[in-house]
Design a protein around this ligand. Structure first.
Ligand code: PEP
Ligand code: MG
Length: 790
């Protein structure tokens, strides 16, 4: 009997994940999506793939086996350098001819598609594995038109199995160079040249937080985002609330600079890079609804695969339709021990030189090695910090030897960012000016341990690394919550078994992310300094209004903190700057009186119903948006420094005017217990609020009459003083009688184990502490509970 004819080409819709050995990881995954995710509404471009039999037929027909073996042997025996070995193989491939049966099968399938412009992509049999992404190791050819160009592109894809970077990458991952084969995927182009495209991950790429989709987007074809040659728009969407069609759980939309876009070449095949118009740079690529649709697809795809995914998507500008172009397992967070929490802490750092997007959470120091192009990689000094204009997979061979990476351009989803994560290297991408601001040989520290923003410091800083094992933290009946300041760092701590957030101070979000005084944003004309007015103009450029800038930024910051702990409670405290601190915000001086004693001055609740009323209204709008539009109903609002029950009534009335009515849609409002009057009149406060959080910093200051900031009186400032502990015990008792919860969010439990013991004994419901002391406090609480036989 004659052998069945070899099948060189397969429709993508007919392949599945099990076909990786025949069509490579990328094509198998596309087939899988086409077959299984259509019912979830996920749109995938169709097309066909070549079977690896086509590759092997090509290799055999052109005697390429011997060329590959010879070149790889020479390279491994260090007889020839990588670039020469790679070139020898690729040239032999490009000089080869496709066997007629292979070419005929490809062209027949192409005609069956209607001979459109196509994307021709490489899909290697050793790519998209769970432990190695192979990001960008082989070639893709876009906007390929006509039969001739298609066959050329297929051959060039075969040859790209032996790019220098692919050889290096396989070597470092221990993959047999000679057994890998390549399948070619051919798909009609999605007209993203008229629309946009990008990348998305179904987890937070830096922290591994599993409940977030991160989407990057640029106008034009997606390669600019993939290669990291632009700073893309970025969206963060919270997965658990996506099912509710009434909500818009978009935590953040960040407008990228999007300097360039890739479009079809004016004539013939191929693509060309154009500057993006100023208008496009100011415009988001995706609407909110489109970002939500993509995020829902990411969730469906992740669910189907049962693991976090890394995906490429495109939007066809003619039809407005979205497509998924590729899906592969995310590689970094997937490998991480889920119970381990490595924490880097910076000790003494030099001057801040540059900032950009932080990749990973590590810190590294070393001398700068400044390289302008991949052609210079032989100059790289192992152990130094690679500084380049752009991240690109060509750098992989030397990235393995780098201490860290810093680039001018690129976003957090670029290929080299992905590779940096895989290698565990801290990288800061998109600094704008690393290659001009840093000198070759200069010692620097690359710090990615401060949240989303990576910072380059001058000199070698001291830093520590701690490995926390979250599995060994004891359970406690008394809840232990977190005090969270910087929203950018909030996601870092999601692995801690915290019972929620006991104190998120809005003033941190204002000073870190917003920078301007709320009233200066509402009335910039009242700001006397022309420089400050110009700075406010720059901050708010591109926003519908300065108020919208404030509300959106504040809502994003709060939402991030709320997301990290959803559905556990997150207590967000409205602003409690002192007047001198408010005055230091951009444009703030015009709106703040000079006070001799700001600690006892116009602060907290007293501001909200008086001259700061409009600023407070913006805070309320942000909180209402987080709860009602995004859906974070776990957010509890807390009022600081509330001197009298009458003040409480006034503030609650203003809140209700601005969409925050206590008791409506489950809204709980807490009050800080930090003034002796809060304890003395606890019954009256309990009638107005849902709970108390004891501010032991201010309470101790006001009970003992000791300025909390005085170095001279430091030894007198002690929360364990009986005058303080009696008040605390008293408020707990009164509050419990009234059915109210009591927490404590001052500094004391973080520093003093015997204070924790006292609080547990007094029956406190929860304590809230900074993340760095969480494990210690949890152990102390457990010990105190054991001591009391709980
Ligand atoms: C306190 O007073 O204890 C408190 C937690 O608030 P802050 O430190 O912000 O004044
Ligand atoms: Mg306080």
């Amino acid at each position: 009997m004659a052998d069945a004819p070899v099948q060189y080409v397969l429709p993508l819709a007919s392949v599945a994940l099990a076909d990786v050995p025949r069509v490579g990881g990328k094509n198998a995954s596309l087939g899988e999506l086409l077959a299984h995710l259509a019912q979830s509404g996920v749109r995938v471009a169709g097309g066909f793939a070549t079977d690896v039999a086509a590759y092997w037929a090509f290799v055999a027909a052109n005697d390429l086996r011997a060329v590959i073996d010879g070149a790889i042997d020479d390279y491994l025996a260090v007889r020839v350098p990588l670039d020469q070995a790679g070139k020898r193989i690729r040239e032999a491939f490009l000089a080869g001819t496709l066997p007629a049966a292979v070419a005929d099968a490809i062209l027949a399938a192409y005609r069956a598609l209607g001979s459109p412009a196509v994307a021709v992509r490489s899909s290697a049999t050793a790519e998209d594995l769970p432990e190695a992404s192979f990001a960008g190791q082989q070639e893709t050819f876009l906007n390929v038109r006509g039969e001739h160009a298609l066959l050329d592109a297929c051959r060039a894809c075969f040859a790209s199995l032996y790019t220098d970077r692919a050889i290096a990458y396989r070597e470092s991952n221990g993959i047999d160079q000679r057994r890998v084969a390549l399948s070619v995927g051919v798909q009609p182009m999605v007209r993203s040249d008229r629309g946009g495209a990008g990348v998305m991950f179904s987890v937070d790429t830096e922290t591994g937080f599993p409940r977030m989709v991160v989407i990057s987007a640029n106008f034009g074809l997606g390669e600019t985002v993939v290669q990291g040659s632009v700073d893309p728009d970025e969206y963060r969407v919270f997965k658990p609330l996506l099912d509710n069609a009434q909500l818009k759980p978009i935590i953040e939309r960040k407008l990228g600079r999007k300097e360039q876009k890739l479009v079809y070449a004016a004539v013939g095949t191929g693509t060309s890079l154009l500057p993006t118009s100023a208008r496009q740079q100011r415009t988001f690529v995706l609407t909110d609804d489109e970002a939500l649709e993509l995020a829902r697809w990411a969730v469906a795809i992740e669910r189907h695969y049962g693991k976090p995914m890394d995906m490429e998507w495109a939007k066809d500008g003619r039809t407005g339709k979205l497509y998924v172009l590729q899906a592969r397992p995310e590689t970094v967070q997937a490998r991480r021990e889920s119970a381990q929490l490595m924490t880097y802490k910076l000790r003494n750092a030099g001057a801040k030189l540059l900032t950009g997007a932080a990749i990973g959470e590590a810190i590294a120091a070393g001398p700068v090695c400044l390289l302008h192009s991949a052609a210079d990689i032989a100059r790289f000094v192992p152990g130094s910090v690679l500084v380049t204009p752009i991240t690109d997979p060509d750098w992989v061979p030397i990235m393995k030897q780098a201490a860290a990476v810093v680039t001018d351009h690129g976003g957090r989803t670029s290929h080299a960012a992905i590779v940096s994560r895989e290698l565990g290297l801290p990288a800061i991408v998109g600094t704008g000016s690393a290659t001009t601001a840093l000198r070759d040989g200069q010692a620097i520290t690359v710090c990615c341990a401060e949240g989303d923003t990576g910072v380059v410091y001058d000199g070698r800083a001291d830093f520590t690394v701690e490995n926390l094992d979250t599995a060994s933290i004891p359970a406690t009946r008394t809840h232990v919550l977190l005090n969270v300041g910087n929203p950018a760092a909030a996601l870092r701590w999601w692995r801690l078994p915290a019972d929620g957030v006991g104190l998120a101070r809005i003033e941190f979000i204002i000073s870190n992310d917003i920078k301007a005084h709320p009233l200066a944003l509402l009335r910039p004309e009242a700001v006397a300094s022309r420089r400050d007015r110009a700075a406010i103009g720059r901050l708010t450029r591109g926003w519908p209004s300065p108020q919208e800038y404030f509300v959106t930024k504040l809502a994003s910051g709060i939402a991030r903190i709320a997301a990290a702990h959803y559905p556990r409670p997150v207590i967000v405290r409205t602003s409690d700057f002192k007047t001198n601190e408010y005055a230091r915000l951009l444009g703030g001086a015009a709106f703040e009186p000079h006070e001799e004693n700001p600690m006892l001055g116009w602060r907290g609740a007293s501001r909200y119903y008086t001259d700061y009323r409009e600023g407070f209204a913006l805070e309320c709008q942000a909180l209402a948006r987080v709860r009602d539009v995004m859906g974070f109903t776990n957010v509890i609002v807390m009022i600081p420094f509330c001197r009298t029950p009458a003040e409480a009534d006034a503030v609650l009335a203003v809140m209700a005017e601005h969409g925050l009515k206590r008791g409506e849609r489950g809204l709980e409002v807490y009050v800080m217990c930090e003034i002796p009057s809060n304890v003395v009149l606890a019954e009256q406060f309990a009638a107005r609020f849902d709970g108390f959080s004891i501010g032991s910093n201010d309470l101790t200051q006001l009970v003992l009459g000791v300025d909390r900031d005085s170095a001279q009186l430091k030894s007198l400032f002690d929360e364990r003083n009986e005058a303080v502990t009696r008040l605390i015990a008293s408020v707990i008792e009164t509050a419990h009688k009234a059915g109210r919860k009591v927490s404590l969010c001052g500094q004391a439990p973080s520093d003093r184990p015997d204070f924790v013991e006292f609080l547990v004994g007094a029956g406190i419901d929860s304590v809230s502490v900074t993340a760095d002391s969480f494990v210690r406090v949890k152990n102390n609480v457990a010990a105190a509970e054991r001591g009391r036989g709980v």
